[in-house]
Design a protein around this ligand. Structure first.
Ligand SMILES: [Zn+2]
Length: 254
């Protein structure tokens, strides 16, 4: 293939996505194995990664599926063993019962039933529920969620009160949302909406979302001026932003 001039290469990169991702299946001994294939213009060799998300294959843009799967076949024993190890390590699916753990402010709280109580309350690393063993999983879920929501409301209001003066914005009214994919939003009239699910995260990530939404009261966009306001209050905001993107899937339990 003729060597491309740098200018032409840039045009190619403009028109084609730098990476594509697709799901495939192939037969390994008796089993069908699913994998994610990521093709990239930059990649020069075929690579395998096995982790909690299963098997991911990285390949150069033009590598044929036949070549990829013949390589998978050659590493069949390694792949089967690694997939088995991860499957064994995977935690059992979450069930609403005594002893299960929910996250609050980045810490696991173990659910404990305590019929002597009149309301749900945290006690160290326990979340004590005013109920006995006869409680239905759905009722338990509702009680824990109600506690998380009320904790979220108080925490978010307090953090907003802390940061609003630093940004020089009036203290907004905080509303809770039930969103799984959008942690916060800000209305131009000064209402800030935050997902109650955020309360499961460590305080530094909650603070990032609070500051992000408050900074929108300064700049209703994501311009450099907006990010300058965020950075003024949280100089390390980029680290928090990356951590939020990386970890947020862990906090979508219910
Ligand atoms: Zn934003």
């Amino acid at each position: 293939m003729a060597k491309r001039k740098p200018m032409q290469l840039e045009l190619v990169l403009d028109n084609v996505p730098a990476q594509t991702s697709s799901r495939h299946q192939f037969r390994l001994d008796e089993h069908w194995i699913e994998y994610t294939l990521k093709r990239s213009l930059r990649r020069r060799s075929i690579t395998f990664v096995i982790d909690e998300d299963g098997l991911r294959v990285g390949a150069p843009w033009h590598a044929s599926l036949r070549r990829i799967e013949s390589l998978l076949g050659r590493h069949a024993r390694w792949i089967t063993r690694k997939l088995g190890e991860w499957r064994a390590r995977r935690p059992p699916p979450f069930t609403w019962q005594e002893g299960a753990a929910v996250m609050a402010l980045g810490e696991p709280l173990t659910l404990a039933l305590d019929p002597a109580r009149s309301s749900t309350a945290r006690d160290g690393n326990l979340l004590c529920i005013a109920a006995n063993e006869a409680i239905e999983p759905g009722v338990l879920a509702a009680q824990v969620t109600a506690w998380l929501r009320s904790t979220a409301q108080g925490w978010f209001e307090q953090r907003a009160a802390h940061y609003a003066p630093e940004l020089g914005v009036p203290l907004p009214a905080i509303y809770l949302s039930n969103a799984r994919s959008r942690w916060g939003s800000c209305h131009p009239d000064g209402r800030v909406r935050l997902s109650w699910r955020l309360i499961q995260m460590p305080p530094e990530l909650i603070d990032y979302v609070v500051v992000h939404e408050l900074a929108h009261l300064r700049e209703a966009n994501h311009s450099q001026y907006f990010w300058r306001w965020v950075a003024r209050v949280l100089p390390d905001y980029e680290i928090r932003r990356r951590a939020l993107r990386r970890d947020s899937h862990r906090y979508l339990f219910a």
